[in-house]
Design a protein. Structure first.
Length: 238
């Protein structure tokens, strides 16, 4: 616990810092590592007991969700406890606040890591598509001189083939337009129906995420309170 001595009107006052970023960072790292460890343990147990011949896997999904929630609460509680203990602040209220900061920092880091993985996957797919377009461009470039030579030798035949290609393209365009209009008409009805079905699920997921975040905040906060050292006293506060 780092104390400072300030002087005011000739008198000395001891000021206690109510937050320790070193302890918060340490608690956050501990929480993330414990979460990773418990996730690997749950994955190993789940793969070991899962029956590949089973037709219904809903039970596996429910078990994985419960394990994720429990492991998150345990890791945040331990991380908050570490932050409260390492901060060396005996007041439980300050330990509570340090635990809340651990929860916030751990949540932001988890979201950042998750979005980084998704962004990396999207970048990889984009790179593959770019390579495919580059190969296609090189193929067109290699065929272009032969096409130009053919046009020079037989301009009439080339004009006739071009007109036929234009007619075929117009027919295909009209056909694709009719199909697209029909598809859009059907898609509008499907979107409305899907929205009615998905809206309750999305609403439930949002409420579930809110409850999970709230429980995580409480776990880290109570961990910080429990970690506050009880053998120290500053100004009569505990």
């Amino acid at each position: 616990m780092a104390n400072q001595t300030n002087t005011y009107a000739g008198e000395h006052y001891e000021v206690v810092k109510r937050i320790s970023w070193g302890a918060i960072i340490a608690g956050t790292l501990v929480a993330l590592v414990i979460q990773m460890t418990l996730s690997m343990l749950g994955l190993g147990i789940g793969l070991g007991v899962m029956d590949p011949n089973a037709q219904a896997l809903s039970g596996v999904g429910i078990g994985a969700g419960i394990w994720l929630v429990v492991s998150t609460l345990v890791s945040l509680y331990i991380g908050g406890f570490m932050a409260g203990r390492l901060a060396g602040i005996p007041a439980k209220g300050d330990g509570f606040l340090n635990g809340i900061v651990v929860w916030a920092l751990a949540t932001l880091l988890t979201l950042y890591l998750a979005t980084s993985v998704v962004g990396g996957a999207i970048s990889g797919v984009t790179g593959i598509l770019g390579q495919g377009l580059q190969v296609a461009g090189q193929s067109v470039k290699s065929v272009a001189p032969e096409a130009a030579e053919t046009i020079k030798k037989n301009p009439g035949q080339a004009r006739q083939e071009a007109n036929q290609a234009i007619d075929q393209a117009q027919q295909q365009y009209r056909q694709m337009r009719r199909q697209a209009e029909q598809a859009l008409s059907g898609a509008g009805k499907e979107v409305k129906q899907t929205t009615k079905q998905v809206a309750p699920i999305a609403s439930g997921a949002a409420f579930g995420g809110f409850i999970a975040l709230l429980l995580g905040a409480l776990a880290a906060a109570f961990g910080g309170m429990s970690g506050a050292p009880k053998d120290m006293a500053v100004g009569g506060r505990r």
